[in-house]
Design a protein around this ligand. Sequence first.
Ligand SMILES: [Zn+2]
Length: 257
Amino acid sequence: MLFDTHCHINFDDYAADRDAMLARAREMGVSQLVCIGMLPPGGREALALARANPGFVYASVGCHPYDAVHYNAQVEAEFRALLREPEVVLLGEMGLDTVKSPSPLPAQEAAFEQQLQLAGETGKPVCIHSREAFAICERVIRRVHPRGWKGFAHCFSDGPQEALAWKELGFKVSFAGQITFKNKSCDPIRAAAAALTPEDVVIETDAPFLAPQARRGRRNEPGFVRHTAEKLAEIWGLGVEEVARRTTATARAVLGL
Ligand SMILES: [Zn+2]
């Protein structure tokens, strides 16, 4: 039982083989996944997939930092409506990206802060995208509410210090395919995993992006979350089934499933 806590299976990348791809994920041991919907149209697509695959696919909705300039009262009202649906278990992804977001940083910060407030009001866990932006993310999170957060530091790409800081803030650290990459630049991600336990960690693919080393450069899909579980098992000296079971329990506890 593997839990892919973050994938974009509503994307057109899967238009030709979505059902076959989901069947493969089940065969590879994926018991549940969250489809991350961006802005209200993406959220509605994620919700439709959740309804078509009950108990297997769940949905989120959020405003990605790239889309921050589009966040407004109308979008927030549509988020509120979607968050009332039982299949919508997560708010995000939201956050900050200093690498290549087309939305300027002040707009990103404003959209992030408003979504964190919405999470506080609705009691939903959050999925945070932080790309070379940990210090600013932490500042915004502490400004909105000092503690008690439930959620995931999605696609974690920093080192042990940041991983422990996420834990201290109340978040679970989510590892994706980069942990399997051969590049030296990914060593800090592995060191971060070594500093944590399966109770601090969830796993994800971010499919169709970030295919693991064995599939690098090709389309990613939820079944490949197994590669991340295998790498974590190696780092922790545990069996892969134990890693799957314990990180799935961590994800389910955060999402209230
Ligand atoms: Zn994503």
